[in-house]
Design a protein around this ligand. Structure first.
Ligand code: PLP
Length: 335
């Protein structure tokens, strides 16, 4: 046993070493392209200094959760959907796509081997971070041939409590058409950090990216707005931001409740003029209401904890296995 267990009541959203990480290498010209792979105690990677991903950002990530139910089962949330997105992200970044059934097996192997790090029911979750990147030495940008898939995981608490405070609207797109934002590519993150840090220095919690006045996403969540008319709107997937799996789950839950739900263009102006409630969705964040939205000299304060909280609680209950899962979203891991 290598790593110490955390104090369950003091868990935050952050990295902690565990017993094992998963690793496997792939070679596009080998048969079969992916080696057998497996878990090992070593938590550090050894890479050539010229490994392609380090120079060119040819890498992708995923993020999903395992959780203990009150009756002692370990449940993974929307595993197949994360496997499918990992595959699509690899295709977009010209990496060697990792077969979905291999992804599913690797996540289960990692979770099983780190079972003692899965928090007790109600005390947090086990966050799994799969990565894939191009590892062969490369000077001069070209499509790679050799890749590594690595998965680590750690126990986490919530990313935050209560409402997201204030969001600052930026007249900057996360991505334009043909960009990388619809993939979970590592190049989507480093570049937006500056925007978020500047906004944080002004007292905001995050920024909201927009393209020509249309809402896209924050640095790490999708957004929903409930208008005074009762309509629940989230931006239609247009290739310029990430199609969140939490977003999709909230859409299913809202439709199952019989709400009027629309995936369409959502304009900042419309939120400022007609928005009643605004919330963010993401695997790490869950569903969190936004207190305030600021765009230039306009500001809007929202109703708190109504629909966002209800949908968030429904989602958490399904994920934690405390209510039936009518959508087949949870996968039990046999320990
Ligand atoms: C840029 C971005 N948008 C949206 C999301 C929400 O996606 P999901 O609900 O699949 O976690 C994430 C999650 O990491 C993200 O990084």
């Amino acid at each position: 046993m290598s790593a110490d267990l955390p104090v369950w009541d003091a868990l935050k959203f952050g990295y902690l070493p565990t017993d094992v990480v998963y690793g496997v290498e792939g070679d596009a010209e080998a048969d079969p392209p992916w080696a057998e792979g497996g878990v090992a105690a070593e938590h550090e990677l050894r890479l050539p200094v010229a490994a392609a991903a380090l120079s060119y950002g040819t890498g992708i990530i995923e993020g999903l959760k395992a959780e203990r139910s009150a009756d002692g089962r370990v449940l993974l949330f929307r595993l197949a959907d994360h496997a499918a997105r990992f595959f699509r992200s690899a295709e977009r970044m010209l990496l060697l796509p990792f077969p979905e059934e291999r992804f599913v097996a690797a996540v289960k192997q990692l979770v099983r081997a780190n079972a003692r790090f899965i928090p007790p029911a109600g005390h947090g979750t086990f966050y799994v971070r799969p990565l894939e990147f191009a590892i062969e030495p490369m000077l001069g940008l070209r499509q790679g041939r050799r890749f590594m898939v690595t998965l680590y995981g750690c126990p986490v608490g919530d990313l935050g409590h209560g409402a997201v405070g204030a969001l600052k609207v930026l007249d900057i797109p996360r991505s334009s058409k043909g960009g990388t934002a619809e993939a979970k590519a590592i190049v989507n993150y480093g570049g937006v950090l500056l925007h978020r840090e500047r906004a944080r220095r002004e007292g905001f919690d995050d920024v909201l990216f927009t393209g020509a006045g249309a809402v896209q996403e924050t640095t790490g969540t999708n957004v929903f707005c409930r208008l005074h008319s009762g309509e629940l709107v989230t931006p239609r997937l247009d290739g310029r931001f990430l199609g969140g799996i939490t977003r999709d789950s909230v859409l299913h839950l809202a439709r199952a409740e019989g709400l009027e739900v629309d995936e369409r263009e959502l304009r900042v102006q419309e939120i400022l003029d007609h928005g009643q409630e605004l919330f963010c969705t993401g695997t790490a964040t869950g569903v969190r209401n936004v207190a305030r939205l600021v765009h230039k000299d306009r500001e809007k304060t929202f109703t708190q904890g109504e629909l966002g909280e209800t949908l968030g609680q429904r989602l958490s209950a399904i994920r934690a296995g405390s209510v039936p899962d009518p959508f087949g979203w949870t996968d039990e891991v046999s320990l």
